[in-house]
Design a protein around this ligand. Structure first.
Ligand code: SAM
Length: 282
C-alpha cells in the first residue's frame, strides 16, 4: 500500500475527494514516517495487540498500525474522511472504522465488539480536546493498557510534572493517579500539514493496575480540585472555600496530616492529597 506520509499524497487525496482541512476538528495531518515509527515504538506495538486509534484522519498512521497489530478500531468524527479511509485502508481486513465522536460513544461496548483483550490507545489528538479525551479514557474504567498520544508540548510537560514545578496542576495529579506518564519524543511543527502554531510531544501513559496512593477516588479528586482552585492562595483557604468546610475543621485535618496550611496546593504530592482525603468527609 502506498504510504501517505508526504504533502504530495495529502494534496492528491484532497483533490480526489474535494477534501478541506477542518479547523473545527483540529485537523493537522502527519507527513513524517519517522515520527510514526517513534510513536509505534513508544507504544510498544506488538503483532498480537488490539489498537484503538482516535482520529485516524486519512489513515496515515492507521496503515502502519494495521500492518503491525492484530486489529485496529479507528474512531473518526469527520464524515468526509470515511470514504477516504475506506480507500486508503482497503488492503487491510484487520480494521474497523467507526464514524463517531469518541466522547459520545459507549467505548466499552465498541471495544468489546472487537475483542475482550485489553487495548492500546494511539492518537494524534486535536489540541483543544486533548485533556478531555485523555481524562475520559482514564476515568471510564476501560480495558486499556496504555495510551500513546501526540499532544501540545506544554500539555505533555504538565502531565509529567512533579510537585513544586510550575507545570504541576490538577492534570498532573489525575494523569499520575491513573498512569505512569513518559514523554516519548518532542515533535516539530514542520511534520504536519497544515502546520500547527505550537510544538508537540508524544506521551505514553502506562495504565496502573492500582493507583499509587490509597484513597477514596471521589474524595481524593474533590480535595485536588479544591487545592488548585485558587493558584496564589494558601492550602487552608483553598480547602475551606473549595470544599465549603469550616476553617477550624480544615486546620484540624491538616494538623492531623502534618501538612502546613500555609503551603500552596501545587507543592503537595499525591500521597499528601490522599492523606487529606482520608481525614475528611465531604
Ligand atoms: N491521525 C491523523 C494524523 O496523524 O495524520 C489525524 C490527526 S488530526 C490532529 C486529529 C483527527 O481527529 C482528525 O482526523 C479529526 O477529524 C479527528 N477528531 C477530532 N475530534 C474527534 C472526536 N471527538 N472523535 C473522533 N475523532 C476526532
Amino acid at each position: 500500500m502506498e504510504r501517505l506520509t508526504s504533502p504530495r499524497m495529502i494534496h492528491d487525496i484532497q483533490k480526489k475527494y474535494d477534501f478541506h482541512f477542518s479547523k473545527r476538528y483540529g485537523q493537522n495531518f502527519l507527513t513524517d514516517g519517522n515520527i510514526i515509527e517513534k510513536i509505534l515504538e513508544g507504544a510498544d506495538i506488538q503483532e498480537e495487540d488490539y489498537i484503538l486509534e482516535i482520529g485516524p484522519g486519512i489513515g496515515t498512521m492507521t496503515q502502519y498500525l494495521c500492518e503491525r497489530s492484530a486489529h485496529v478500531l479507528a474512531v473518526e468524527i469527520d464524515q468526509k474522511l470515511i470514504p477516504i479511509l475506506n480507500d486508503t485502508l482497503r488492503d487491510y481486513s484487520n480494521k474497523t472504522i467507526l464514524n463517531e465522536d469518541v466522547l459520545r460513544i459507549n467505548l466499552k461496548e465498541e471495544l468489546k465488539k472487537v475483542s475482550d483483550k485489553p487495548f492500546k490507545v494511539i492518537a494524534n489528538l486535536p489540541y483543544y480536546i486533548t485533556s478531555e479525551i485523555i481524562m475520559n479514557l482514564l476515568e471510564r474504567d476501560l480495558p486499556i493498557e496504555s495510551i500513546t498520544v501526540m499532544v501540545q508540548r506544554e500539555v505533555a510537560e504538565r502531565m509529567i510534572a512533579p510537585p513544586g514545578k510550575k507545570d504541576y496542576g490538577a492534570l498532573s495529579v489525575a494523569v499520575q493517579f491513573y498512569s505512569k506518564p513518559q514523554i516519548v519524543t518532542i515533535v516539530p511543527k514542520t511534520v504536519f500539514m497544515p502546520q500547527p502554531k505550537v510544538e508537540s510531544a508524544v506521551i505514553n501513559l502506562k495504565i496502573l493496575d492500582e493507583p499509587p496512593v490509597e484513597a477514596q477516588k471521589e474524595v481524593f479528586f474533590k480535595v485536588v480540585k479544591a487545592s488548585f482552585s485558587m493558584r496564589r492562595k494558601t492550602l487552608l483557604n483553598c480547602l475551606s472555600n473549595g470544599l465549603n468546610m469550616d476553617r477550624q475543621k480544615v486546620i484540624e485535618v491538616l494538623e492531623k496530616c502534618d501538612i502546613d496550611g500555609k503551603r500552596r496546593g501545587e507543592t503537595l504530592s499525591l500521597k499528601e492529597f490522599a492523606k487529606i482525603a482520608n481525614e475528611i468527609t465531604v
